[in-house]
Design a protein around this ligand. Sequence first.
Ligand code: GLA
Length: 404
Amino acid sequence: MRRTLFIFLACVFACLQSFAQNSANLAPTPPMGWNSWNVFQTNINEPLLKSMVDAYVSSGMKDAGYTYFVLDDGWMSMERDANGQLVADPKKFPNGMKEFADYVHSKGLKFGIYNCAGTKTCAGYPGTRGHEYEDARLYASWGVDYLKFDWCYADGENAREAYKTMSLALKATGRPIVFSLCEWGTHQPWLWAKDDGQLWRTTGDIGPAFSTDIKRDGWTALCVLSILDRQDSIRQYAGPGHWNDPDMLEVGNGMTYNEDKSHFTLWCMLAAPLMSGNNLHTMSPQTISILTNKDVIAIDQDPLGVECFKYAMTADSVETLVRPLVNGDLAVCFLNRSDKPQKVDFDWSAHSINDAISKTDADFTKTTYKLRELWSKKEMGTTKRPLKQAIPPHDVIMLRLVKQ
Ligand code: GLA
């Protein structure tokens, strides 16, 4: 009898432990942070990155809710050591990775790192295949809080099994580590990765362009609109603890102010992880104002965790997107996809918004909402009157609708 009770209690304890590490607790809202890839690729080193950590705090990014500081590809030596362990490149990180992780933690941030399910990373550094448990233990010993796990040099591997193995290896460390699957949506991770990780890439790599993809050597970097157009059919798979990841932000990397603003708005409408990817040390006040707009971030971080959907598109290329929020609020974004100024003329009373996923049913003839534009911070009246507003090329009007 005592033995049975002991086994029962042991099982309860194991369940509680696994529950504590369960995905919903690690990312109840989409993770927010910074990643080195979009701006520096493999040209990273300790002094440069420490200056990014410092700027992360002094620029107000940390206060705005960004938490993770993630090193992408290029942090390792080209070979594992004699014991088969990964080592930080001693030229780039002369004090080792634990010291760098401690520096990140000392500023109140969380530390993330990158590797790949294949035999090599995309930039040719040692991959994790066959080393899952030892790599996970190493990361845990450094204090890693987030792992981005890529999909290069993975010929012949089964994606689902490869990501499951790494997920189990991370869980076995006992350290809560956010697991970011980066296999570009090739094997539809939204159908199977919910219990393995907290976010999964849905598409190939983003580039700093709004409406035209960028041809690169042998591959194509996707523009903001191309990525947006590939999200609609998978919105039902995202939710608290498990997010569709349309890739890191390109805000501050060369698009116009309006395009950066729209890109950021759309990612917040999509409940996307917000991983900034720009030089935090040299960013302009405009870039800071975009990345730290608390009202827009609040849309991204809305606890309901429901992604937006495309509600309508007019002939002049103004697209209307709607995101249901907690307490029956709504986020409504008018996006001018064209390169000409357009006019929005939206008579709320002629529309009702229904969404089966969130069970939203907004009938503007019965319920009135107050409108607030989240970039200008202007009150825009209520849904009793049509919204008439000019909208510049590639710009957005981003409204929060609050029930009256
Ligand atoms: C892939 C990923 C990128 C980045 C690079 C690094 O292309 O999708 O986000 O991590 O690898 O080599």
